[in-house]
Design a protein around this ligand. Structure first.
Ligand code: FES
Length: 391
């Protein structure tokens, strides 16, 4: 089985059929273009900070979540030192996905294919068949790190850019909003679920029902949310007056009145017309969630997903008349690509296979072949190339 066979990473090379010499009109197909989505993966999700989850989602060392952000498999895990870190959820051996479950808890993450295991800091701790091979160094084969920053309010931001040093995310507005509503890292995660949405991820930040305009962080989701709130009144749980805030680029924070409950809804882009929404419910006082309230929140978030879908159906054939905020990022990335004469993948990691790795991998492949009765197995396809993973 080829790497990524079980994780639908979009092939960036396949998506490269655009003319770098010509400036495309990005507003054409703003809501539906797969070309644009491919560019957004390179220009936004591979190089900008993404507010992805809250620190209180993790309680004890080893707690993790795994998700796909615009096709990039991401693992976020709480280390033994109680620091949350993000990694590419890809085994360094043959690039299979490590954690299959969306949530879990384990101090050791084992890849089920050939038994490579990693600790909560991403270090490779076990590599059967590779141990003792001269030149193979475990310390060079840990999980690929993703830049991770936890802000003062406990929100975790990630940036897939492979560069060594990055500017910290600017999250003063978010931290201010959190302080205003008493959201801290001491909140308690109560429950969570995922919803599938047939809409473009940018619908979440649309500034009005036509989706036209450039949203500002504080107002971006307001009108959408007002609409959403108008379509749902949960029994036994008040959503009227719910405060919403959009944390860049796709996480909406909801604070419910007369309640110690707050929530996040994080849009995880899947394609130009699909977005997964991950919902997490938190409480400030640590009390558990009454079943009726949980049911109300489930109905509420489902109605939000439906309303976003409805909004998308309305706007998808409309060309924005004003330039949305994301356009400058896209144009700047295209400018760099034109200068370079090729597509640029800021998250791309070089494997840099050592001689020891290749020697051990050859042995591993021989054992695979024996186990499979002589077939060439995956090694024939993966080889031991010096190439990188296409992030
Ligand atoms: S692919 Fe993970 S151990 Fe081989």
């Amino acid at each position: 089985m080829a790497p990524f066979a079980e994780t639908p990473i979009i092939s960036l090379r396949d998506a490269s059929s655009f003319e770098v010499s010509k400036e495309p009109d990005l507003l054409d197909g703003w809501w539906t273009s797969e070309y644009l989505f491919s560019l957004e993966r390179r220009a936004i999700f591979s190089k900008t900070w993404v507010c992805i989850v809250h620190r209180s989602r993790f309680t004890k060392p080893g707690d993790y979540i795994s998700l796909e952000l615009a096709g990039f498999p991401v693992l976020i895990i709480l280390g033994k030192d109680r620091i949350a870190r993000a990694f590419h959820n890809v085994c360094r051996h043959r690039a299979y996905t490590i954690t299959k479950k969306p949530i879990g808890s384990s101090l050791v993450l084992g890849c089920r294919y050939h038994g490579w295991s990693y600790d909560t800091m991403g270090n490779l701790v076990k590599a059967p068949q590779f141990d003792g091979i001269e030149g193979f160094n475990k310390s060079e084969n840990g999980l690929f790190k993703i830049h991770t920053c936890t802000d003062r309010a406990g929100f975790i931001h990630i940036n897939l850019d492979a560069g060594e040093s990055l500017q910290a995310p600017s999250c003063e507005d978010l931290v201010g909003h959190a302080a205003e509503h008493d959201i801290t890292a001491k909140s308690r995660w109560l429950t969570g679920w995922e919803l599938c949405g047939a809409f473009n991820w940018k619908t979440i930040g649309a500034s009005d029902r036509t989706g036209i305009g450039t949203p500002s962080p504080s107002s971006a989701s307001a009108s959408v949310m007002e609409f959403l709130l108008s379509v749902f009144r949960g029994p036994g749980f008040a959503v009227d007056g719910c405060h919403t805030f959009l944390a860049d680029p796709t996480t909406v924070i909801l604070v419910f009145p007369y309640s110690n409950i707050w929530a996040t809804m994080t849009g995880l882009p899947v394609s130009a017309s699909e977005t997964t929404i991950r919902c997490d419910i938190f409480s400030r006082d640590g009390l558990s969630l009454p079943p009726a309230t949980e049911e109300a929140l489930k109905l509420y978030t489902a109605s939000q997903a439906q309303a976003l879908q409805h909004l998308y159906d309305v706007v998808k054939s409309i060309r924005p008349t004003e330039e949305p905020a994301q356009v400058s990022l896209l144009k700047e990335h295209l400018r760099l690509e034109r200068l370079a004469g090729c597509e640029i993948f800021p998250g791309r990691r070089e494997e840099g296979r050592s001689e020891g790795f290749c020697k051990a991998e050859k042995l591993c492949n021989e054992l695979d072949k024996l186990a499979k009765g002589g077939s060439d197995g995956a090694y024939a396809r993966t080889g031991c190339a010096q190439g990188g993973l296409e992030w």
